[in-house]
Design a protein around this ligand. Sequence first.
Ligand code: SIN
Length: 479
Amino acid sequence: MSMKKYDVIIIGSGLSAIWTAINLDKKLKVLVLTKSKVWGCNSFYAQGGVTVAKNEQDVQSHIKDTMIAGSYHNDKKMVELLSKKSLTVIDDIESLGFRFDRDENGNILFTREGAHSKNRIVHAGGDATGREIHKFVFSKDKSFFIDESVVFDLLIEDDKCFGVSVSQNNKKMNIYANSVVIASGGVGGLYKFDTNANTISGDMQGLCTLKDIRLKDMEMTQFHPTVYVQMKTAQKLLLSESLRGEGAKVVDQNFKRFLFDYNERGDLASRDIVSRAIYDYKQKGNKVFLDFSDWNEEFFAKRFPTIYYKLKDLGYKIPGELVPIGPAFHYMMGGIEVDSSSKIKNFKNLYAVGEASCTGVQGANRLASNSLLECFVFGKICAEDINKNITNINKKFIINDEILEKENDKLYKNQLREIMWQNVGIIRNERNLLKALDFVEKTIPKVGRITKFRFLTAKEIITAALNRKESLGAHYRKD
Ligand code: SIN
């Protein structure tokens, strides 16, 4: 067994991972591990932007919008922390040399998305906010970095995590650390239609359940309303809510703005409401589109270059031509339960940040663009806690010898994606949830350890959805 030791191991390479790394004490030896390439993370694909309270006066309004979108299922104290800390986020990153989009006078541009009562979302590269931020922070980070390395165990004894077991090029090894941070992202790969990076499949959440670490709010799965779902690739093309924030419209085959029949805020109602409305309207036999025809082409290409060129490549004659849309899985509000230091309950040195974690800020439905904000705020909080409390710990562990991959894993993963979409999707009922649970329980013994993680995470989602009998936020029961 090779003995490698770091001060901090961070699992994952998205914004929450790298922002944690950047805020760690420079004298700490930090290792970032990612199961694929560095850009295989959801932050990289975030389009809309980063929500910030614009000033002290806006904090209460941002808290209110976050709580309303979250159906008041949010942890209010955590939301207050998020919003107050958001006041310094622009300076934190711009002081390192980053620039958010500005107008010709140098004023930062603020946009808006569903359920925000005002424009308070900052963006970069038009609709390439996640990519721009991720590229930038990665260029500033001095951590050691290993890609294509799959974590298959957490080396835990009592209230401490001594490191991780990793498989790299089919070679298993233990890597030890004084502190471990899980920043491995959400669960998109569990669903047939999703906007997430291909690598994102809830693995660490599943591993946590094997270690008796509590997951929270796992029934709270967010579906994005405006996605180009006809892509051949597993990852579908997100069509940012900020398109509607800047005037694009959801229409049917007769150009009717039917969303107003579902909610008075129409296009700018919260994501759960718009997703369900579009899903329901399509079930009734209608077609649903995004309409950009009020824009001129120059504006479209400048403000939303990623989407503009992607749609052009797909053959759409925009802004004139309607683009068909549908909802797809987008974001997991639930996750590994952490406290206000980003620490996992009952642990001294094990943390979770970003989408993998459940801080309670997102409630039952995340307010648009609060996710990158959460990465900034709780990544920094996590790093500060580690900087204060890190202590040297040492213990050797035997490597788990369970088979990591089995021949039919891919087949079962694809079946899971279909079953989760059909039975644990936008509209849920007990019969379908039980069907999904039955499939998951019967399949777990057949798959390798790595695939088992995502099945265990799916089981948590299904069980939580079964247990919450009433609808709340993104969790909608129609029994
Ligand atoms: C979007 O741009 O619509 C997605 C942003 C988010 O998930 O908050």
